[in-house]
Design a protein around this ligand. Structure first.
Ligand code: ADP
Ligand code: MG
Length: 275
């Protein structure tokens, strides 16, 4: 594991030249109390690809993402079954602590949530601190810059790194959250409707960021925007919860096939907007 504390860590590039890891869900089932909300979801989110999760509200997409980075277990009534394999290792297995899973698998939410009173610089450093690495000031500067560059925010904020994160626009705040997540050096980035609260221009910038990030981070994105799913993802999953039933996978495959020639009529209706 590459997250052990080191006295001085001097990266050539903080992110480059790393092995990319895939994430596999095996028969994942979720409950809230006695109500089953996900039924045996098995998916392979391939290394170095973007997987788009699509489906109507309430079908369990967010719950599924929370299971992928062990946030589901923080909800008191929640329980689950199945396995989540990161590079083949079950993150729920013995030897995997919650904090370890969180470091490897980052999450970005619909509503940007930077620490609003903290400076832009310190927001990114907050991510870095979670890795347990102690770094010199100049290395810290380099890492902050690299994360902001990768999140597509550097040029806009380089001259005002000391301003509070809360002073940025919504789209900038979302990119700051991405930069903060990147500072943890995750192998996987989960994005739950990351552009739903953003204007079209910010959305475009984030899509460009996703396209670049995926070279060394595996990405899973929930989106209600079919054009966005088609633009950013290599594979797509259609989740559906039939009435009074738990959510499950209807169709999973390469994105062009999912949108061009869906196999299941329910997928066809959804991707063509007939839902
Ligand atoms: P989606 O993200 O696809 O809209 P969610 O994963 O948020 O779906 O929700 C799946 C189902 O689980 C929904 O029926 C929702 O009402 C229920 N649910 C979500 N969160 C909770 C919770 N904290 N407690 C109880 N039920 C929940
Ligand atoms: Mg959701």
């Amino acid at each position: 594991m590459d997250t052990t504390a080191q006295d001085v860590f001097v990266p050539d590039s903080y992110h480059g030249h790393r092995e990319v890891w895939g994430l596999q869900a095996v028969e994942v089932t979720a409950w809230f109390g006695t109500r089953m909300v996900l039924d045996r979801v098995s998916l392979h989110m391939r290394a170095g690809e973007v997987t788009a999760l699509i489906g109507p509200s309430g079908c369990g997409k967010s719950t599924f993402l929370r299971i992928l980075n062990r946030m589901h277990e923080m909800i008191p009534s929640a329980s689950m079954g199945g396995e989540v394999l990161l590079n083949g290792e079950d993150i729920y297995g013995p030897g995997w602590r919650l904090t370890e899973a969180r470091k490897q698998i980052g999450m970005v939410f619909q509503k940007p949530n930077p620490f609003p009173a903290m400076s832009i610089y310190d927001n990114v450093v907050a991510g870095l601190k979670l890795t347990g690495q102690r770094v010199s000031r100049s290395v810290k500067d380099d890492i902050v810059e690299e994360c902001l560059v990768r999140a597509g925010l550097w040029r806009e904020v380089r001259d005002r790194l000391r301003q509070p994160g809360g002073a940025l626009s919504g789209g900038q705040q979302q990119r700051l959250c991405i930069a903060r997540s990147l500072a943890i050096r995750p192998k996987v980035l989960l994005m739950d409707e990351p552009c739903s609260a953003l204007d079209p221009t910010s959305t475009r910038v984030i899509e460009e960021t996703i396209a670049e990030l995926v070279e060394d981070v595996t990405i899973v994105i929930v989106t209600h925007n079919m054009q966005q799913a088609a633009r950013v993802s290599q594979q797509a999953v259609f989740f559906l919860a039939e009435e009074n039933q738990p959510g499950g996978v209807v169709e999973f495959g390469p994105t062009p096939a999912m949108f061009g020639s869906p196999r299941d009529p329910r997928t066809a209706d959804y991707v063509r907007g007939r839902f």
